[in-house]
Design a protein around this ligand. Structure first.
Ligand SMILES: *Cc1c(COP(=O)(O)O)cnc(C)c1O
Length: 392
């Protein structure tokens, strides 16, 4: 890949084919994919319904323009709204774009209401929202910003999960607070129980919009279609992407009509956003995720994995320190380097993703079976035994 810009620290490994939770290299070596392109392959690889949807749509029409009606886009929006707080949806192609749209919507809402000075967005410690200039400003990673001349005006950092501290930062210029229900890149950080509910009340009392980044937590990852549904709250707007297209790039801004009032013709746009191919595939992803028992399976398998990892943590305390997260968004707290553990697991055929705070993430396809969870634990045991020997 000598002509590819070296922005990634790539692992020297590539795959040729995927089937369910399995990835195969050219020489037929097999890996259990608990990374899923970072929470993207919601239904694993080569899902038959997704393949059929993509093939049949590709024979009809790929792309027109958002200058015209796009039937599957309308249907996808309807499906999302039927299964969430949403009333209107803007489509784009990635998580960062979904966040850009979310931030724009929040500011425009207040502008539209005559509150032109309400532009300040409260953003959280350890947050990650993407790599565009706007989302870099919102995220809490100084290293990601270094050298890029990022203007962080309009964003105020507040401590994740601390409602009393957050309260102190709200003033007459506060437009919105942007939160991940569970922080992904930051290390699978969960907020204290009741935090989102208190945040909802705080926002409503102060005419501040509640904006959620569900790019990683959304589309069933935590065992509900959207993670905030566990907290039984209604946000004003949320950004989704990653798992939405099951591997086809698509993102979306999902909003209450009232919050989206400023987003009138000409205010925002995307050339590719929600085109025929992307919308058709995403429709099929969501249709499968909301099928009976699908989300219960996420919770069931997730619980099983959490239990087993707990047992392993007791047995190998010098390597593991338990796990946190929800559903199939699992963060393993490491007592060795998370990157080291990731590498050792990979060498034994299990793919995972490092996150902040020395946490290692398991983000398997949501339709895995118990046997795949068992296989994961089996590989973990072998790996941990080997690492124990090396530690001595
Ligand atoms: C991955 C991610 C993003 C950025 O998504 P891209 O598609 O890479 O732009 C934003 N927010 C969260 C929570 C994410 O996990």
């Amino acid at each position: 890949m000598k002509n590819v810009m070296p922005t990634y620290g790539r692992i020297d490994l590539s795959f040729e084919r995927g089937e369910g939770p399995w990835l195969f290299t050219k020489d037929k070596k097999k890996y259990l994919d608990f990374a899923t392109g970072i929470a993207v392959n919601t239904l694993g690889h080569s899902n038959e319904e997704l393949i059929n949807t993509l093939i049949s749509q590709s024979k009809k029409l790929w792309h027109t323009s958002n200058l015209y009606n796009i039937k599957p886009q309308g249907e996808l929006a309807e499906l999302i709204c039927k299964n969430s707080f949403g009333e209107s949806v803007f489509f784009c192609n990635s998580g960062a774009e979904a966040l850009e749209g979310t931030i724009k919507l929040c500011r425009k809402y207040h502008f539209n209401n005559g509150d032109e000075n309400k532009t300040e967005i409260l953003v959280c410690s350890s947050a990650f929202h993407g790599r565009t200039l706007g989302t870099l400003a919102a995220g809490d990673n100084e290293k990601h910003r270094e050298g890029f001349g990022v203007n962080t005006n309009g964003f105020t950092r507040v401590p994740f999960g601390d409602i009393n501290e957050i309260k102190k930062f709200i003033n007459k210029n506060t437009a919105a607070i942007l939160v991940e229900p569970i922080q992904g890149e930051g290390g699978i950080n969960r907020s204290p129980k009741g935090f989102l509910k208190k945040l909802r009340i705080l926002c409503s009392e102060n005419k501040v919009l509640l904006a959620l980044d569900e790019v990683q937590t959304g589309i069933g990852r935590t065992g509900k279609l959207f993670a905030h549904q566990w907290a039984d709250i209604i946000p004003d707007v949320m950004a989704i992407a990653k798992g939405l297209g099951g591997g086809f790039p698509i993102g979306a801004v999902v909003a209450k009509n009232k919050a989206a009032l400023g987003m009138s013709p000409g205010t925002h746009g995307s050339t590719f956003g929600g085109n025929f191919l992307a919308s058709s595939v995403a429709k099929s992803v969501i249709s499968q995720v909301i099928e009976r028992d699908f989300l219960d399976n996420v919770t069931k398998i997730g619980n099983k994995l959490f239990q087993e990892i707990e047992v392993l943590s007791q047995k190998y305390p010098s390597i593991l320190k338990g796990a946190r997260g929800k559903g199939l968004m699992i963060g393993i707290i490491c007592n060795v380097s998370n990157i080291d553990l990731c590498k050792n697991l990979r060498e034994k055929g299990l793919l995972s993703v490092p996150a902040g705070n020395n946490v290692l993430r398991f983000l398997p396809p949501l339709n895995i079976k118990l046997e795949h969870a068992d296989k994961c634990i089996e590989i973990m045991k072998k790996t941990l035994d080997k690492m124990m020997v090396e530690q001595v």
